[in-house]
Design a protein. Sequence first.
Length: 47
Amino acid sequence: MGDDLGGRVDPSLPVYVYVLVADDIARRVDAGQLQPGARLPAERDLA
């Protein structure tokens, strides 16, 4: 993926960070940036 979630995570939002990450991955699959079943980067790279 290489890039981040498109911005900073706002700690005041009533949403868990893992939900934001999952939504971002789903959007990238829908947009064709990630192929379904493709390996994701390591957790350290996503951080």
